[in-house]
Ligand binder design. Sequence first.
Ligand code: SF4
Length: 183
Amino acid sequence: MRECARCPALVRSRSCVVPGDGAAPAAVAFVGLAPGRLGGDRTGLPFTGDRSGQILRRMIDRAALGPVFITNLVRCNPRDAGGRNRDPSAREIANCRGHLDAELALARPRIVVCLGRLAWHEMAGRAAPFDPRRPRPLRVGAMRLFPMYHPAYVVRGACTERAYARGFARLRRLLGAIALTAD
Ligand code: SF4
């Protein structure tokens, strides 16, 4: 996928292709939106080098979730005409879906956490309500999906770190309940 050129605009805007990173098998996979201009696009690793990445990785460590896999809907940084991060288009997300599915097939996570509305709707379907304040896991095929805000939400001050951490505590409890069922 490092040579992928399916999205012409992203081939122009990216510094590098940023594949998912982490453990396989993983207890949890996190699916964000796209590598950030100041983060993954510079470091080559998803959710590193910027504040969103710092917050996400700090929350993961504190919640002691076990081995995790971290990735995005798209693997190249999308920018607007002013050079700022933009959301990937529906076509770009669709172009990259095969790469995402291949990563998740390798990681085989017990839970897939969708970071933000776009990731949730891509994985769960448009009809599924996105409600991280009262999160309900959702089975889609073999995947168990869990909704959370994107850490950029915390960076923008729309959610406190303490409130964000409550979602990770719920996730930890869900993981424990799944492990008990599996035993
Ligand atoms: S976003 Fe995905 S599909 Fe598009 S060029 Fe990058 S790796 Fe290829």
